[in-house]
Design a protein around this ligand. Structure first.
Ligand code: ZN
Ligand code: ZN
Length: 662
């Protein structure tokens, strides 16, 4: 099939009625909601009860001991099932491995992540049903470890009962009434993901209990049941559910060409994704043969599968934000580790600590052998924006012997972006460190013919900081004052006739900046060498880490604006502290489901936003090296024009702003 048709099909969407909106959050269909819906993490107490039952059996008879081992099996199976879904989720988010074989090229947004947050409810339900089954059928307690005859029996029951039952029930769920009462929820996920498999109503998962339970219980009742069959069937069932809901085609097409029969026996991610796009076809559980018998197989499936599984290229991004890893803990804040954790702003959590040692080893491995990789993406006005990560951690940027390696990584990323046709690449945080590469100047000088524009984005960072300063301020105290941002902020404020107390020990560097200001404004720039000089000044702009003692010199009521990474610890209770310069992306951003480090949802660091503005404006210049003070207002106005919004870090009367923010 021609690529155009394939794309049309992938993009085809059927409007799902959002009942939550339509009915103001209330859904009345019986057995729609989960009984433990409002219990939060207390739902996991059921597993604690199982563990307690295993550790402290209430009876000491033989039956009692066996009953306890059953608890252990249920617990183990829950953990293994959860792990399997988690691993598959991780793989789905490893865009650097699978970007060419993604079925839908859209991203999973926060709305979908939140809707699927409790995807594991069905695991609890199945565990409860397993306990009830154990109480009802004591024969389950005496299963041998292995019985080979069970394989055929279980398989026969699956093919003969589970598959057709599911097929017809699924078709029934697509009847108008049942769909609008129940099945719409499963289909409300825009981009399929392994967790989507769990995203369905309580009633549907009760039905699924029968589908998964018949082959297990049937095999036991026939007399061929075993512990191995139980584990194998359940995990294989989960694996195939994950496979169907994966957004990555993992089954190579040549497998079907070599073994044609296989295509009727096992579905693929493309197969079930088609069902999510065109709900009139592909209803089967795992075996397409039932859709063939029911005449509901999608005729374009084979071509679509061939096209996706053998695809070599994918859409090139228009904009790339080139980040790096902050530290070991922050490394765990990536979509392919835990997507739900990545969908909220980063903060250190207890559950992260056990992952510290393995992540440290990963860091070493990345240092030894790894290239810049794609970690997240979103779409804005029809263009793809990606975040790539240089495989280096914050501390490595301060090791003199690591500098060349880091610059090589950044250079290779820029050249790759150039080859791909990327329009703008924005360097994040330490990737544009002055001492490392002169704010990106190194790469521009070395490769004068680059088509991709290299941007440090700090012009917008300066604009954001400057627009947070109330208009009636006539004196500020500035630390880090001779840095790239410090210099621009000082010169800009001098133009506005604000007295800037520039903290620096280097008179030479101070004078150099002072001379850049017009002669009549030079008096507004004042060199100070001690924090004590600012003890009357209530507006501090800090670009360097400050100790509690240094902060103590600020008068009560001071507001600390800051552009220091990581942000300072707010030691002063009687003062206020701003956050890092940031902007909210335009409201029409699509497929965004990832939080950028500590930023709120939808908010990016100002330098990222600066790159976006550069791209949206189609500017042809590189933005490297020193900040052009004349550009600060230009970039700010452009950002607002494109719908980026400043974050109100500091409550400022809007009429007090500099006037350039409207
Ligand atoms: Zn369906
Ligand atoms: Zn599905």
């Amino acid at each position: 099939m021609e690529g155009e048709k394939v794309t049309t099909m992938i993009q085809a969407r059927i409007t799902i009625p959002d009942k939550r909106t339509a009915f103001s959050g209330t859904t009345t269909a019986p057995l729609f909601a989960w009984p433990w819906e409002h219990y939060g993490n207390y739902k996991y107490l059921f597993y604690v009860a199982l563990l307690a039952k295993y550790l402290y059996p209430t009876t000491t008879t033989e039956e009692g001991t066996e009953g306890s081992s059953w608890c252990l099996h249920i617990l183990l199976l829950f953990l293994l099932r959860g792990l399997l879904y988690q691993l598959w989720s991780s793989y789905d988010y490893m865009f650097f491995l699978n970007r060419t074989r993604r079925i839908s090229e859209e991203g999973i947004d926060f709305k979908q992540i939140d809707a699927e947050w409790n995807w594991d409810n069905f695991l609890i339900l199945h565990a409860i049903v397993a306990v009830l089954a154990y109480w009802s059928f004591p024969s389950l307690t005496n299963l041998p470890l292995w019985d080979g005859r069970g394989i055929f029996c279980c398989l026969a029951l699956h093919i003969g009962v589970s598959e057709p039952v599911y097929y017809w029930l699924h078709r029934l769920l697509h009847s108008p009434n049942l769909f609008t009462d129940y099945h719409w929820l499963h289909h409300s996920s825009k981009v399929s993901h392994p967790f989507t498999a769990g995203h369905a109503t309580f009633l549907e998962h009760l039905v699924l209990c029968i589908v998964i339970g018949v082959p297990i219980l049937g095999t036991v009742f026939i007399g061929y049941g075993s512990i191995s069959i139980l584990y194998s069937y359940v995990l294989l069932f989960d694996m195939l559910r994950c496979l169907g809901h994966s957004n990555v085609e993992v089954i190579p097409h040549h497998l079907f060409e070599n073994i044609p029969l296989l295509r009727y026996l096992v579905y693929t991610p493309t197969y079930h994704n088609i069902h999510h796009m065109d709900m009139r076809t592909n209803f089967c559980l795992f075996m397409p043969v039932y859709d063939i018998l029911g005449k509901t197989i999608n005729t374009r499936y084979w071509d679509l599968h061939k096209d996706i599984s053998s695809r070599k290229k994918t859409s090139a991004p228009g904009f790339v934000f080139l980040g790096h890893v902050v530290d070991i803990m922050a490394a765990l804040h990536t979509p392919f580790v835990f997507r739900s954790f990545n969908s909220i702003p980063f903060s250190k959590k207890f559950f992260l600590f056990p992952f510290w040692p393995p992540t440290f080893l990963v860091m070493l491995a990345m240092w030894a052998k790894s290239k810049t990789f794609l970690v997240s993406f979103y779409n804005l006005r029809g263009r793809l924006h990606q975040t790539w990560v240089v495989p280096r951690f914050g501390f490595q940027y301060f090791l003199p012997f690591a500098a060349d390696g880091i610059n090589k990584q950044i250079e290779e990323a820029i050249l790759r972006a150039d080859r791909l046709g990327v329009k703008v690449i924005s360097l994040a945080a330490l990737n544009k460190n002055e001492s490392l590469n002169g704010g990106g100047t190194l790469f521009i000088n070395k490769h004068p013919d680059l088509k991709v524009r290299v941007v440090h984005g700090n012009t917008l960072t300066a604009a954001v900081i400057l627009n947070e300063i109330p208009r009636d301020v006539d004196e500020v105290f500035l630390t880090g004052s001779t840095s790239k941002l410090g210099r621009a902020i000082a010169l800009y404020l001098a133009r506005r006739r604000v007295r800037v107390l520039m903290l620096t020990q280097s008179t030479e560097r101070f004078l150099k900046i002072q001379k850049e200001a017009p002669e009549e404004l030079q008096k507004f720039l004042v060199q100070v060498t001690k924090y004590q000089a600012a003890k009357q000044c209530k507006t501090w702009i800090i670009g360097k880490w400050t100790t509690p003692r240094e902060q103590s010199w600020a008068p009560s009521g001071t507001h600390f604006h800051q552009y220091v990474v990581p942000p300072v610890i707010p030691f002063r209770r009687d003062c206020t502290f701003g956050k890092l310069a940031a902007m909210r992306l335009p409201e029409d951003v699509e497929g965004l489901g990832s939080c950028e480090y500590t930023m709120e949802r939808g908010v990016v660091h100002a330098c990222h936003a600066g790159g976006v503005v550069h791209f949206l404006e189609g500017w042809k210049h590189h933005e490297v090296g020193a900040i052009d003070v004349d550009q600060i207002d230009v970039v700010w106005k452009a950002a607002l024009r494109h719908g980026l919004k400043p974050m109100q870090n500091f409550i400022v009367d809007k009429s007090c702003n500099w006037g350039i923010s409207q």
